[in-house]
Write a protein that binds this ligand. Sequence first.
Ligand code: NDP
Length: 268
Amino acid sequence: MTDKYAVIGHPISHSKSPLIHHAFAVQTQQDISYQAIEAPLDGFKSTIERLVNEGYKGCNVTVPFKFEAFKLCNQLTGRAQAAQAVNTLFFRDGEVLGDNTDGVGMLADIEQNLACKLLFKRVLLLGAGGAAHGVIWQIFNAGATITVANRTLEKARQMVSEFAPYGTVIASTFEGLEGKSYDVIINATSSSLADELPPLPDGLFKPNSLAYDMMYGKHSLFMKFAAEQGASHCADGLGMLVEQAAEAFFKWREVRPDTAPVIAKLRA
Ligand code: NDP
């Protein structure tokens, strides 16, 4: 029997997740269906209850429901607990299990696909929303020192507070970055979606810096700014999107798909 999965968001029509999971299913010969479902903004919980009742095996969760998904889980993986946000749900025996594959997905893209190891690197993480929460634990575990800069400083402070006892991780405003430079600068704000650029000072990028915009699908103002400022490597978040999906697929199906052909297909 075909096992049913879905991605839940609002809006959702733009989502590439159905395409990605169908490609994985064909490649690994898994008998699954995967559809995009738009939940009403006040109807995430009831949508999940419906999916459980209809026998779905799990789903992905995207904007704006990742924090709400975190709250409704009966069980959480360690990385979901660290992120305080969930992008992958499993439905088992009436229980809802939550995981977060965004961090692992981004790390696989940066360290494997882009061959940029984070050990001992100075990483600047821009933003303190769901995406930034999802990746900070993995960046920290990869052995980097982290600065989190956010428009609302208090949110950055709150985010770094749990890591502060274990290593170098500090919170900053955008103005506070003046005079500093980083090896890897990750844009985890949603500014690129609105064709905006956070007010970043000059001099953040070094010649070998990697500029990584989690947004994908267009050459963002952030990527243009990074190139103008001398960053030699710029990447968007398409690789992360496919890698986080691959990790979710692996957790659901216990078979790991090959991401390279799927990334290439989406780029084409
Ligand atoms: P959230 O709404 O949770 O957080 C938005 C963040 O962006 C906040 O830190 C907010 O700051 C900041 N922000 C918004 N507008 C601006 C602006 N104009 N200038 C500076 N900062 C701004 O969004 P998410 O964290 O869920 O998503 C962020 C981005 O990551 C999106 O572009 C999304 O598409 C992308 N993403 C990509 C993934 C992938 O697989 N490639 C996976 C997940 C997300 P403040 O706190 O001050 O409001």
